[in-house]
Design a protein around this ligand. Structure first.
Ligand code: ADP
Length: 396
């Protein structure tokens, strides 16, 4: 029997996973259950890698399955289809660890209760992250489960980067800028340490542009500022989230237009961003294919907002040595990279158009390095989960 490590990465509508040999961290397969809870689209499953065939062959998810159901289905299927493997440890992405969790932790019922307190701060993610932990704690209490936090990477930020200009009492009860996408930023930081050992110690901005989107400013490969804040709604325009908007507009929507708080929530999380401005899709690929004036305007606004926020982070850093694009849009859309970089000549950013078009690792032609680096949140989860699993085994 081979002991295996399962890394689970629950996003708003998908459950990505990766399976590794728990001792060597050799990847066995990776994949996703997608369109979970999506309206008008049935959930579906895909997997790639050496152990993928038995998992994916004939796989049919219930069309309306949720994250918890998909996790249970996957774990049962691993047991049934890959009988030579034994699940030794599960690592989970958990979006919010608040100010108290700055490194990965083995989840006990007591820790789970503390993590549940953060659900209101990340309503689109935290429940999906915690549901599989909950059901596995009940069904397999001895199976080590490790929580890895998206907020943890940003705990190095100076206090000014974490404070809101609100009365002090708010900060004292935890109303701070936490920042998210930390597992992705941690992976990119590790890659940069390898790729550009000296330059990457300087002023780096990483643009994680996926359905959710944010930027992280790093110095010495530690986070010093980020565009998401108390929630994952702040900062950049996203697939269906607004990003930063005038806070007075929220007051206007509630007080003058009479929208309920729940209606504002739905508007800002689910109906805005690329989807809201285009009225077509939250998916950049669909907008690039559409090319109509409204699709064009949505893409132009996405690039403009990203460029403005890059300027803001460059101010926090005092300049820019290296800009890194990652995640679905950052890794795959030369057009969006070019639109954004078009604003940034004053920071030493210029593109090598041919390198950009083919998605080369290094696409810059100016004083600042510009890189395209594929992110891998599951690898960060796996590394951390193996570390705590081994410590636990050694402590017994
Ligand atoms: P998340 O993990 O946040 O759900 P992803 O990192 O998978 O999201 O990014 C999804 C986004 O990436 C979508 O807007 C999608 O259109 C975009 N994307 C993926 N591939 C391409 C591509 N080849 N060209 C343009 N956009 C792409």
């Amino acid at each position: 029997m081979t002991g295996v490590l399962l890394a689970l990465n629950a996003g708003s509508s998908s459950l990505k996973f990766a399976l590794y040999d728990a001792s060597s961290l050799t990847p066995l397969c990776r994949g996703a259950a997608a369109a979970l809870g999506a309206k008008g689209q049935a959930a579906h499953f895909s997997a790639q890698g050496s152990a993928a065939e038995p998992l994916a062959a004939g796989a049919a998810l219930a069309p309306d399955i949720d994250h918890e159901g998909a996790a249970r289905w996957l774990i049962e299927r691993i047991g049934a289809r890959l009988p030579e493997l034994e699940l030794a440890v599960v690592g989970h992405r958990v979006v919010h660890g608040g100010a108290e969790f700055s490194s990965p932790v083995r989840v006990t019922p007591e820790i789970l209760a503390r993590l549940e307190a953060y659900i209101p701060l990340a309503p689109g993610h935290q429940p999906h992250n915690l549901a599989p932990i909950h059901s596995l704690l009940a069904s397999r209490p001895d199976l080590p489960q490790i929580a890895c936090f998206d907020t943890a990477f940003h705990r190095t930020q100076p206090r000014v980067a974490q404070l809101f200009p609100l009365p002090r009492a708010f900060a004292e009860r935890g109303v701070l800028r936490y920042g998210f996408h930390g597992l992705s930023y941690q992976f990119i930081a590790q890659e940069l340490r390898r790729l550009l050992p000296e330059r990457a110690q300087g002023r780096v901005i990483v643009a994680h542009l996926g359905h959710g989107a944010s930027l992280c400013a790093m110095r010495g490969l530690e986070s010093v500022a980020t565009t998401m804040g108390f929630t994952a709604l702040d900062g950049l325009m996203m697939g269906s989230r607004s990003g930063a908007i005038d806070p007075g507009l929220l007051l206007h929507l509630i007080l003058q237009e009479g929208l309920s708080a729940l209606a504002v929530h739905k508007l800002l999380y689910d109906e805005s961003g690329l989807l809201g401005v285009s009225g077509i899709s939250d998916d950049l690929r669909a907008l690039e294919a559409d090319g109509s004036p409204v699709a064009e305007e949505a893409m132009a606004l996405f690039a403009y907002r990203a460029a403005r926020e890059i300027g803001s982070l460059a101010s926090a850093l005092g300049g820019l040595d290296c800009l890194v694009f990652t995640a679905g849009i950052g890794e795959n859309s030369p057009t969006m990279r070019a639109r954004i970089c078009g604003y940034l000549g004053y920071l030493g950013v210029a593109l090598d158009d041919a390198a950009n078009a083919r998605g080369a690792l290094s696409i810059g032609a100016g004083a600042a390095e510009v890189l395209v680096v594929a992110t891998n949140e599951e690898a960060v989860i796996a590394e951390a989960a193996r570390g705590l699993w081994r410590e636990g085994a050694a402590g017994r």
